[in-house]
Design a protein around this ligand. Structure first.
Ligand code: SAM
Ligand code: SF4
Length: 259
């Protein structure tokens, strides 16, 4: 990782990892479980700091953000401070009262579904598919703005069409595909998951065709974070520009309560 430097040229949205606990074990995970779970006080301090820097949207992620006991309070706090909230979840554990708070705080939520039951369970190392779909339907029926996010590994073109049909059936208006990044636990599975030369371009072209086919019914997006770096506050408070590989990452500074 490159040397620490100050950069005030920040994007409107920052991804905040509020925990590195998780109830799944995805083989591709770019931020695998480490058991780190910052306090609510520390997380509120970071949110306040980011909003004061002019950040407009806090995108809560992890680890699995629904496992942090303070998630509800963080959403309400961010909303009350004028910030916009987004949340990405694996959808395994959606507490009964959460949709009400997501609705009230106008939080946009992305639920990660990685294909059909067999593939999803295999990739996440769980038997959670049915629970995830049940929770997804609960969120949709609660009026929360929900989209689906799918991580695509090599061979993923086979599930693109299926995921689009799934979204239409479940009344989901947006579907984002993220091509596999060789980061975190994913580095161990690089040979199986990474696209071979030319494959990524081919799958992108395939997605363009599927997008046209289902235009007006589901908005299909391609989010290649190896091309567009993302800004993350990790659980230790460090603000990092994350690229396609960890070697390219740039740490900007650390946000921590002064003692
Ligand atoms: C790190 S997870 C955190 C939130 C939550 N635990 C989840 O899985 O939705 C955020 C998103 O990144 C995706 N993701 C994780 N590792 C990835 C990788 N190596 N390449 C591409 N996407 C990845 C996940 O599928 C998920 O949609
Ligand atoms: S991708 Fe999300 S659900 Fe899967 S192990 Fe990582 S943090 Fe957990």
């Amino acid at each position: 990782m490159k040397m620490e430097k100050i950069n005030t040229n920040l994007p409107d949205m920052i991804c905040m990892r509020i925990t590195r606990n998780c109830n799944a074990r995805c083989d591709f995970c770019l931020a695998p479980p480490q058991g780190i779970n910052p306090s609510l006080e520390e997380l509120k301090y970071r949110i306040n700091y980011l909003l004061n820097l002019g950040i407009k949207t806090i995108h809560f992620c992890g680890g699995e953000p629904t496992l942090h006991i303070g998630l509800r309070e963080l959403l309400i706090y961010t909303h009350s401070m004028g910030g916009k909230c987004k949340l990405t979840t694996n959808g395994i554990c959606i507490p009964l009262d959460l949709p009400k708070i997501l609705f009230h705080t106008k939080t946009e939520i992305k639920v990660s579904v990685h294909g059909n039951k067999e593939l999803h369970n295999q990739l996440t190392g769980t038997d959670s598919y049915e629970k995830v779909i049940e929770n997804l339907q609960y969120l949709v029926n609660s009026g929360v703005g929900v989209s689906i996010q799918t991580t695509l590994i090599r061979g993923g073109e086979l599930i693109v069409d299926e995921m689009a049909k799934f979204c239409i059936k479940e009344r989901i208006r947006r579907l984002s595909f993220i091509p596999f990044l060789t980061r975190g636990k994913g580095k161990m599975h690089h040979e199986t998951f990474s696209f071979l030369k030319g494959e990524k371009r081919a799958i992108r072209e395939h997605i363009k065709r599927v997008r046209r086919l289902y235009s007006g019914r589901v908005d299909i997006r391609w989010l290649d974070f190896s091309l567009v770096p993302f800004y993350v506050v990790d659980t230790d408070g460090s603000l990092i520009i994350e690229h396609g590989t960890e070697e390219m990452d740039e740490k900007l500074f650390t946000i921590k309560i002064e003692n």
